[in-house]
Structure formats: C-alpha cells, structure tokens
Design a protein. Sequence first.
Length: 333
Amino acid sequence: MRYPPMGEEGQRRLSQSRALICGCGALGSVIANTLARSGVGSLRIVDRDFLETNNLQRQVLFDEQDVADGLPKAIAAANKLKKINSQIAVEPIVTDVDFKNIGDLVADVDVIVDGTDNFETRMLVNDIALERGLPWVYGGCLGAEGQTMTIVPGETACLRCLMRETPPPGTTPTCDTAGILAPIINVIASFQANEAMKILSGNRDAISRVLTVIDMWDNRVRQVSLESLRSAGDCPACNRSEFPWLSGARASHSAILCGRNAVQLSPPAGASLSFSELAAKLASVGQVKQNKYLLRATIEGYVLTIFPDGRAIIGGTDDTAVARGVYSKYVGT
Ligand SMILES: [Zn+2]
C-alpha cells in the first residue's frame, strides 16, 4: 500500500481478484508464493503431476515430506499456501489442462499465469485468452536462460504472433538434455508475478510490451519489441480468431514429461476407476501404494501413477508406444 503506484486502491483490487496459475512446478511455485504473500484474493492452482525428489532443486514451495507423502503438486502447493496466507482462497485442481476443461478453469479469473513446461498447453492458453479477452503472462526456462512476455488481447502481440506452431518434438533442447539452474526460475517467475500484479491492481499501462530474454550464466539481458509482429496483421489468432488448440484439432492424448523419463497418457472420455479394484489387481504383479489422490504401482521397472479419472503417468520410459503398452497391459484400454 505504501508503494505509490499500487496504493491502497491497488491493494484492495488485488484482494478482490482471481488468478489461475496454470502448472505448479518451478515457475508456478514462485508465482503462487509471490501472489499469495501479496494478497491476491483467490488462487486457482492446476497441475497434472506429483512430486519427486529431484523437483526440490527448484520448486520452492515443496519439501521432502511432500515427496514422501506422494502428493500431487497442486495439493502440496495449496497446503503450503494456506499456511503462508490464511486470508486468501486457494483452490487446487489435479488435472491435465486440455481443450475440454480449460473453459471451466478460466471461467471466473482475471488473469492466467503460465507455469507450464510445454508449448502445447501454452498455445491452448493463448487460444482461450484471446477468445475470452483475458490477459495472460507467458514464461519459460531452460538451462540458465528464460523468457517472458505479457499478452493483453487486442493490445499486445500474442504467443502466436511470436511463433505460429509448437516446435516439433526432438528439435529443441529439453530439461533432460539441458537441465535447469534454479536462479533463472526465480527471476522469470518474479517477472511474471509482477506483471500479474500490475494487471490485477488496475495498472495495465505499466505492463511490459516486449519479449524479455535473460541468460543468467552469460549475464545477458535482451528485450525485443513485438510491435512489428502485431502490426503485421497476419496472426491467425489475433487477426482471424483461429483457435485450433481450443477446438481440439491439435489435441494430443499423450505427453512426454520434461526431465522425468515419463509419459502422461490421457484417459478415454468419461473414464473413472475404482482404486480398490485396481489396487487388488495390480498387487498380484507388483508393489502398490496409494493415497486419496493417486495410486502408484511399481511393476517390472516401470512406475505407474494413476489418477481417479484414469489419467496415468508411466515412469521408466520416454517412449509413448511403450507407455501405452504398459498401460493397456496393467490398467486396461
Ligand atoms: Zn497474435
């Protein structure tokens, strides 16, 4: 409140606003932590993954006990955020964001902040943001480099102004090949949280209108104007309202998880599983553990993590076909 551009009015607006944090790993941890402490009134946190020890190097909301408890990241994040600020509402949702559920996820929010690790989800977020006229803040990190931009539909360039398509698989470095150093995460996520606070407090005139790229190892900061991309007027999303990720035309039913040697498989629509039946079945072939959020079975070197809606993360392979084979062999088609 004492910072003049924010003031009492800005703080009051923050307390009445709602943010969707899409993905709560490394970037999402820092974003959620900052927005919660800053008093943003309502945080909806959606994440598809569960915690592993190697996440702790950079995912600052979590600790060893969360890993030992086998918690999904969204649940562990909400538990921690409620201890940090009991006066805000935190709503954790454990799911994969896709074209079927994104409309509900953004239904009543004022901003979307990107904590995902993949361009397919970002393109989907870009589509819904432009369709609904919702601002969103992109961020991504790899190695010691990160980038961020703020998208206000109708005012700034969007992600598709910058790139028409998601990079083809195998053409870009990943967390597996390049790793990620922790400091760049904190820098990029802090930029993102700061931009979200400007938007939510009614200070849109202060947002960044450039793409910012920072390399923490080589000590380089670049800022690239996107005005010419926007004024070119040929973006399929901005200019022709074409939203192929939102229509489902680009939806995929599997995803290789960055840095995890694991593949996520989406369930058939409307699937729902009985954990107790499945646990009994799998206990005859491997080791089974479960809590109320997920069931985990270790079988023949693979670790199957299965969620109540039938979604699964198959650890021990980054080959989609192998993962599908393991799923259909032990869970069913
Ligand atoms: Zn655009």
